[in-house]
Ligand binder design. Structure first.
Ligand SMILES: [Zn+2]
Length: 65
């Protein structure tokens, strides 16, 4: 499943490859490097909220330790 995410900051399009139709996690724009919390439900983007660098670091610790 490929989901297209348009960065709210710079409008760059990113194609995310998902194994499932739901996703809840981090997304970082390849172009402007801005990080977002991204929530996808049934292949629809429900939520895309910018993260500060500080929050991004905390999320990384939670998700990847
Ligand atoms: Zn961007």
């Amino acid at each position: 499943m490929i989901i297209k995410v348009i960065c709210p900051n710079c409008n760059a399009e990113t194609k995310l490859s998902l194994a499932e139709s739901n996703y809840d996690g981090l997304f970082r724009c390849w172009k402007c490097k801005k990080a977002y919390i991204l929530v996808i439900n049934n292949n629809n983007i429900e939520y895309c909220k910018p993260l500060s660098d500080e929050e991004y670091g905390q999320q990384l610790e939670i998700n990847f330790k």
